[in-house]
Each structure stands twice: as structure tokens, then as C-alpha cells.
Design a protein around this ligand. Structure first.
Ligand SMILES: Cc1cc2nc3c(=O)[nH]c(=O)nc-3n(C[C@H](O)[C@H](O)[C@H](O)COP(=O)(O)O)c2cc1C
Length: 333
């Protein structure tokens, strides 16, 4: 595989193999409503022509925000400006997904924190309350479709609610949701697919960095659950419920992506401190994963892919417009 080749991901035709993972901008003002900062931010990222962007973790219900500066999709006023984000990203020929999330006990602002288990100020969800959350996700899928997103990413990583149900660290329930820790994830994927009707991607933490937590060898059941519900791809991250900070280094999560790719025929996305052209080329040439996600690299250098393409002689004024072309193209100076 090569960085600038086209490909088909689910039903989406993609222009290259590089995407931008979900990254919270923390720019909402306590109401979950996107504003001009969000529109400008996503326009800048889209101008750099990744194949796709995953919009930041967006809450499907009020108690699901990570922080009070996060976006929501569950009120009409929240949905109104999301249309503008979709439109501006599509203007650049870039696909846009929305990451749907419920933070569970990791919410910093919920009036009532919920999770799989009771714990201090955290309430263990009843089966009826779980059902209501699945319905919240289904509605979010319906709205994402109406808003024109190309795909939905379900956030089942980083220690948020779905991850709390998947992990033995936080789920020792004795009901159906404890007997099968993938049950909530399966219900959510199935529910969102039924309303969104397009490609649904799932983001997982493939390593929890805790002895009693999930490790890559435990991922088989989770991968099978994701496949069985008809998801289009798996995005492989790690951590979220670890007590101590993890050691990071270039491409530190790619071994997990490679291991997941060996478990599934679904396309796999890899991420984690990838910043250099050679790293991207090697990951793809070795087929460690099908898509490479660049987060912080493209936050600080949004036109990195354009400069790289220019070095290959692949950049044209027709593709990116005169202004950006004159800024990026090097005439040998
Ligand atoms: C500012 C910031 C916000 C983030 N927010 C999210 C998020 O909303 N959802 C998510 O799944 N990951 C989130 N992440 C993790 C990134 O998606 C990505 O996995 C991580 O930054 C590692 O990739 P990188 O080294 O290329 O940045 C965030 C990371 C950063 C730096």
C-alpha cells in the first residue's frame, strides 16, 4: 500500500490513505454547540487534504460529555452548526465522520456520572438505563445521516462508557452485560447502523496497560463482535483506564494495529506519534494497517500532506486552488 493511492473504505472512495483522528477542540461554551472556531478549525484541517477527518468526540446525551467544552448532537441547536462543518469539509473533497461518544464515569461535568459498576459518585446503569443510552446512540446516527456525515465512528476506546463495559477493570456485572462484556458495543453498532445506514467505524483501545485489564490477546472477542455487527473498519488506539501514564514513542501503537489486522479482514486504522513521511510509507508498505492517522502532526502542520505531495510533483493548482498552490509549491528556491 502507498500513501497517495485511492481506495474504497466501506462505500467511501478515499483519495489517499491518511486520515485525521478525532481530537477534541475544547472550544464549545458549555452548551455543546459548535461555533466559528470549530468551523475554521475543520476547514483548516480539510484544506490540508487528508482522505478523511473524524470530528471530535461528540456527546449523544447530556451526561455523556467528556467536559463542558465538548460538542453534542442531541439538541436541534447543537445540530444546526454541524451542517456548516460538514459543508466546509466537503468543499475540499474530504470525507467527514463524527465520533459519537458517551463519557460514562470519565465525564468531568455530568450531574450524575454513570458506568457499568457503582463506585463512589458513579451510578451503575440499570438495563433500562442502558437501553435508553442505546436509543440515544440510534438517534445520533439518524441525525448524523441527516446532517450529511460520510461515516460515524463509535468511541469504544480511551476508557469512556463503552470501554468501561468492555473492560474487566470496570465491568464485573453479573447480568447479561457482564456475562458478555461486548453486548453494549454490539447493541450500539447495530442500532447506529440501523439509523445511519452508511459506514460505521469502531475505535478501540487494544491494550489497557494494567495487569487485570484488556490486552491485545483479549481483542479477538471484541473484533469478532465488531465484525458480526457489520462495522466497516476498526481504528486501533490504546489506554484510557490505566492508572499511570504510558510511555509513548514514534509509532508506539502500530504493533497493536498490526495484531488487530491479523485478526480481521476489515480495514484497520493505526495511530500514535506518527510524524514522518518514512514512517507512513513503511507502515503502509508493510501492511501493518490500511490507513494511517495523523493527529498532533496535522494540528501543528496542517499542510504537511500538501508539501509532501509537492515534493513528489503531485500537487497541482487545479487541485488545491491558486492561493494555496502559490503558498505551498516550491519552485526550487
Ligand atoms: C487535543 C487532543 C484531543 C483528543 N481528543 C480525542 C477524541 O475526541 N477522541 C479520540 O478518540 N481521541 C482523541 N484524542 C487522541 C487522538 O485521536 C490520537 O489517537 C492521539 O493524539 C495519538 O495520535 P497522534 O500522536 O497522531 O496525535 C485526542 C488527542 C489530542 C492531542
Amino acid at each position: 500500500m502507498k500513501p497517495f493511492e485511492t481506495s474504497l473504505l466501506g462505500r467511501m472512495e478515499l483519495n489517499n490513505r491518511i486520515g485525521i483522528p478525532a481530537m477534541c477542540t475544547y472550544m464549545a461554551k458549555g452548551d455543546g454547540i459548535a461555533n466559528l472556531h470549530h468551523i475554521a478549525h475543520y476547514e483548516t484541517l480539510a484544506k490540508g487534504r487528508p482522505a478523511f477527518i473524524v470530528q471530535e468526540a461528540t456527546a449523544i446525551a447530556a451526561e455523556g460529555y467528556i467536559s463542558d467544552a465538548c460538542l453534542g448532537i442531541f439538541t436541534p441547536r447543537q445540530r444546526e452548526p454541524l451542517k456548516d462543518i460538514v459543508e466546509v469539509v466537503h468543499d475540499y473533497g474530504v470525507k467527514l465522520g463524527i465520533q459519537l461518544n458517551h463519557a460514562g464515569m470519565k465525564s468531568k461535568c455530568a450531574a450524575h456520572k454513570v458506568s457499568a459498576m457503582d463506585n463512589a459518585d458513579v451510578h451503575a446503569l440499570t438495563a433500562e438505563e442502558i437501553h435508553r443510552i442505546v436509543v440515544n446512540f440510534e438517534f445520533a446516527g439518524k441525525w448524523a445521516k441527516e446532517l450529511g456525515y460520510d461515516f460515524v465512528e463509535i468511541h469504544a476506546a480511551h476508557g469512556y462508557l463503552i470501554n468501561q463495559f468492555l473492560s474487566p477493570l470496570t465491568n464485573q456485572r453479573t447480568d447479561l452485560y457482564g456475562e458478555d462484556r461486548t453486548l453494549l458495543l454490539k447493541e450500539i453498532i447495530t442500532g447506529v447502523r440501523s439509523t445511519f445506514e452508511k459506514d460505521v467505524i469502531v475505535r478501540i483501545s487494544a491494550e489497557e496497560y494494567e495487569e487485570d485489564g484488556l490486552h491485545i490477546a483479549d481483542m479477538k472477542d471484541i473484533v469478532e463482535a465488531i465484525e458480526s455487527c457489520g462495522a466497516a473498519a476498526i481504528s486501533v488506539s490504546s489506554g484510557g483506564l490505566n492508572k499511570h501514564p504510558i510511555q509513548t514513542y514514534p509509532m508506539y501503537q502500530i504493533p497493536y494495529a498490526r495484531a488487530i489486522k491479523q485478526m480481521t479482514s476489515l480495514p484497520v486504522m493505526g495511530v500514535g506519534l506518527i510524524t514522518k513521511e518514512e514512517e507512513i510509507e513503511t507502515i503502509l508498505a508493510q501492511e501493518d494497517c490500511d490507513y494511517v492517522l495523523l493527529g498532533r502532526k496535522l494540528l501543528r502542520d496542517p499542510y504537511f500532506l500538501l508539501s509532501w505531495q509537492d515534493a513528489f510533483g503531485l500537487l497541482t493548482e487545479e487541485n488545491i486552488g491558486e492561493c494555496l498552490y502559490r503558498g505551498i509549491h516550491k519552485h526550487g528556491e
